[in-house]
Design a protein around this ligand. Structure first.
Ligand code: ZN
Length: 223
């Protein structure tokens, strides 16, 4: 086992297949680790207060208070009501995007000029969040973990290959009870042309201790 010191307990690693998404509850104090298992793969993340879905993860508030567009370890991620939603505890990459919306069907018609069906983070988030009663129009600008967007002096944006390599990760601590949506991003440009999986783990401080702490598979899953 090679769990970090704050990993009081853990769940087995869950793998999101390429171009998919999911949603889950992360209680206050719980920690979400998002891992790029292969490298150069983006994961779009959003969150809503479990108590009131009208409170959501706000790019604008976060950038305002952090005074940077590049959030990393030590930064607080705020809601539209200016309350802390997440704290970034660890970040092995240091480059993520919080400016751009999740890729959507329209992203592929407007930017990629394709008329064929194309999987998208937005559609995957809509599907995953629907059982929680969250409507499509409520989905805000996502924290695009591992996405590498640079702003030129002119203001023009450049979407570059992610800087993440195999095994890179971020750890977020929930500062309130959260409904979380996350994806393995579907946009060619954001992921250097190929679609890879995303792994994640949730650590629950109040969960019972590991049942199979010496199980080899468990060790692999949390390495
Ligand atoms: Zn995407």
């Amino acid at each position: 086992m090679s769990l970090p010191p704050h990993a009081m307990t853990t769940r087995r690693t869950t793998r999101l297949p390429p171009q998919t998404g999911t949603a889950l509850v992360v209680p206050r104090g719980g920690m979400l680790k998002i891992i790029d298992p292969i490298g150069e793969q983006v994961s779009d993340v959003t969150a809503f207060s479990q108590d009131d879905h009208r409170e959501w993860l706000s790019s604008g508030r976060t950038i305002d208070y952090a005074n940077t567009i590049y959030v990393t370890a030590g930064h607080t991620l705020y809601s539209n009501r200016s309350r802390p939603m997440w704290t970034i505890l660890e970040d092995t990459v240091g480059r993520h995007d919080f400016l751009l919306t999740p890729c959507s069907p329209e992203t592929f018609t407007i930017i990629y000029k394709t008329s064929a069906h194309h999987p998208s983070c937005f559609s995957n988030l809509v599907t995953a969040l629907a059982p929680f009663g969250i409507a499509p129009d409520a989905i805000p600008t996502t924290l695009n973990v591992f996405m590498n967007v640079e702003v030129r002096a002119s203001g023009e944006l450049a979407i570059l290959p992610p800087r993440s390599r195999a095994g890179d990760y971020v750890v977020l601590r929930a500062e309130m009870d959260l409904i979380v949506g996350l994806t393995a991003c579907s946009a060619e440009l954001s992921n250097n042309g190929t679609f890879k999986p995303i792994d994640f783990e949730v650590w629950m401080p109040d969960a019972p201790s590991l049942t199979h702490a010496h199980d080899g598979r468990e060790a692999d899953a949390s390495a």
